[in-house]
Write a new protein. Structure first.
Length: 101
């Protein structure tokens, strides 16, 4: 994700030639690394729970050197499925199952 080569909507990739960069979760901004981690309104709750001590993604912040912050960041990525392929983010890519009669 830091290299802008992931499944985030605004990242370029070999698998999607002309992607719509709009965040599929909030629909307001391009879904780039900073948006997905620091500002996406749809991820506010998870960010508040797991990333409350993270305010920057630059090369110098403690995020990349402190074990507890790296672990919290990994939990955030996993819990929110940030940067996962669309077929793995069923909440956003598949309709709900049909109701049983």
């Amino acid at each position: 994700m830091r290299a802008a080569k992931s499944y985030l909507a605004a990242d370029t990739s070999w698998f999607h030639e002309n992607p719509d960069p709009t965040c599929p979760r909030c629909g307001t901004d391009p879904e780039n690394f900073a948006h997905a981690i620091l500002t996406c309104p749809a991820r506010t709750r998870a960010r508040g729970l797991l990333l409350k001590d993270i305010s920057s993604l630059g090369p110098d912040p403690d995020l990349w050197t402190e074990h507890l912050l790296i672990r919290a960041f990994g939990e955030y990525i996993t819990d929110t499925k940030t940067g996962f392929p669309q077929d793995m983010t069923s909440e956003y890519s598949h309709p709900p199952p049909p109701a049983t009669p």
